[in-house]
Write a protein that binds this ligand. Sequence first.
Ligand SMILES: NC(=O)c1ccc[n+]([C@@H]2O[C@H](COP(=O)([O-])OP(=O)(O)OC[C@H]3O[C@@H](n4cnc5c(N)ncnc54)[C@H](OP(=O)(O)O)[C@@H]3O)[C@@H](O)[C@H]2O)c1
Length: 252
Amino acid sequence: MDTPLAVVTGASRGLGRALAGALNERGWRLVVDGRDGDRLAATVAALPQPALVTAVRGDVADPAHRAALAAAAGGRLDLLVNNASELGPSPLPPLVALHCDDLERILAVNVVAPLALTAALLPALVSARGRIVNVSSDAAVEAYEGWGGYGASKAALDQLTAVLGVEHPELRCYAVDPGDMATDMHQAAFPGEDISDRPAPETVVPGLLALIDGDLPSGRYRILASVQGPTASVRVVGGGEVLSVIVAGAAR
Ligand SMILES: NC(=O)c1ccc[n+]([C@@H]2O[C@H](COP(=O)([O-])OP(=O)(O)OC[C@H]3O[C@@H](n4cnc5c(N)ncnc54)[C@H](OP(=O)(O)O)[C@@H]3O)[C@@H](O)[C@H]2O)c1
């Protein structure tokens, strides 16, 4: 089998960086992005096999940047991870106080960009009978005060993913809720609060890898990670499917 290739958006920090590190450690080639070029370059340099990684600095909401990602991926793509995301203003405002331009930005990054990137990469994904992982949130299905704009965007992303799964049975299309993670985005949602009790994004990665490696049906999945001592127990739950993964030596 050829060395597999993944496009991971928003890979310079947080969950995207953790997943990129795990894939790269397994020998995957990667195309990664982020808006801050210095931070992206530093992240790539620290990956296990940086020679296998192409960094493309840019904003997923920019059509020219998406075209550059597609050009870097080429004609065959095993995995697209739409991970880059926009939370909106911090602190999170009540829905009627959310400015229209902020909502438009949230939708551009979290809904329009993942679909447009999927369309640009579809021939390459079909060539490899690949997988699409769209990173969602519990805010897509729960009504939390302040999370209306972001949550509506993730609900739209879930529905796009569901329809893509029906329209493309040759692919696997997953919307994945990773659960709370101690990342910059989570800190922005809870400014000034101590979020150190939330799991590290690395604890979610085994669940994502189980979806990427497996052949579960297209659909919406939740990753439930719990860490006890040196062992992480990860459950992937969705569509009546439960897949458990026990990981020794997991980082918290
Ligand atoms: N953290 C949580 O508790 C949580 C819970 C549920 C779901 N999620 C979802 O998990 C995913 C990862 O979130 P995270 O917490 O890891 O976020 P994060 O720590 O803030 O990292 C976001 C990454 O995406 C990049 N990025 C942001 N906007 C971008 C854009 N417009 N174009 C290109 N790159 C962009 C960032 O780099 P630059 O800033 O340099 O662009 C960074 O690399 C998101 O889809 C988020 O909605 C997170």
